[in-house]
Design a protein around this ligand. Structure first.
Ligand code: PAF
Length: 289
């Protein structure tokens, strides 16, 4: 596996692969890799001839400087896991490679209402930063496919819009969330949970599952309140719990769920911010991807 820091070296290798007609899969990450990331790598390895993974803790998508500072980093562990998973190249760029003219001079994308709901509302500017960095990687790597985890459902919808709006020739492949045995979605942030909060955090997934039953008999405004109450009772602080249309991600405000919805939640567990979601079709939860 090649371990590369310079964009120029990366481009040389990519061009060589392209000339040889190789299909290139790309997995963007911020490191501190876990089995959820490895599921993305494995899918790319299966579907493509070459797999590239980027590891870059992108400062422009953090609205909270403490969150950026405390974001876990484990370069040696990452390299080890990527090698074992069959990744061909890992790109660890410095900030200059990603923002050659400084952070403020990069492109701004119009994400419409996607930027104002749920994660967009609670993390102002977050998706602008995600769109900037993903666009930069797509420009450098020009992959045939990009693999992204559905735990960040809204991020997948944002990147899909970016690709469609710019007419980019890359397939977006969403990959199912990988969970611990007790249902907690894998996240780089989980290692920051206290042992007490680690025991309580599965209430998030439990509530999503309960929600798939509650929507059969209760209108969305009641389901939302029941969900928030259940999460609070376990000692977590929910930021939002929304039922939204899976394509537009606009939250439903009232009435019974008639078709497919995605239930999305963000909650703090002793200061560690966790998100999760579940796609539900008329009371039956199912896993896309
Ligand atoms: O999901 C992440 O880890 C990040 O938001 C991404 C897609 C790597 C962009 O920095």
């Amino acid at each position: 596996m090649d371990v590369i820091e310079k964009g120029s070296e990366l481009c040389e290798i990519i061009q060589k692969w392209k000339r040889a007609g190789k299909r290139i899969g790309f997995v963007p990450t911020m490191g501190a890799l876990h089995r959820g990331h490895i599921a993305l790598i494995e899918k790319s390895v299966k579907q493509c001839d070459r797999t590239v993974c980027s590891v870059f803790v992108n400062p422009t998508q953090f609205n909270d400087p403490n969150d950026l500072e405390n974001y876990p980093r484990d370069i040696d562990g990452d390299v080890d896991m990527l090698r074992k998973a069959g990744c061909d190249l890992v790109f660890f760029p410095g900030e200059r490679e990603i923002y050659p003219n400084g952070r403020e001079y990069t492109l701004n994308f119009d994400l419409g209402r996607l930027d104002g709901v749920m994660e967009g509302e609670f993390r102002p500017g977050h998706f602008r930063g995600v769109a900037q960095v993903v666009h930069r990687f797509l420009e450098l790597i020009e992959p045939d496919a990009i693999y992204m985890g559905l735990k960040d459902f809204q991020q997948v919808v944002v990147v899909n819009k970016l690709i469609k709006d710019l007419g980019l020739k890359v397939d977006l492949v969403p990959v199912e969330t990988v969970r611990e045995a007790d249902g907690l979605a894998m996240s780089s942030r989980n290692i920051r949970l206290s042992s007490e909060m680690r025991k309580r955090a599965p209430v998030i997934f439990q509530t999503l599952m309960d929600c798939s039953k509650w929507i059969k008999t209760h209108p969305v405004e009641e389901v939302r309140e029941m969900a928030l109450k259940q999460i609070r009772e376990r000692g977590l602080e929910p930021e939002y719990f929304e039922l939204a249309a899976p394509e537009s991600l606009l939250p439903l405000n009232s009435g019974m769920v008639r078709d497919k919805v995605v239930a999305c939640v963000a909650a703090k567990a002793g200061g560690v911010r966790l998100i999760d979601n579940l796609v539900i079709k008329q009371g039956v939860c199912y896993f896309a991807g």
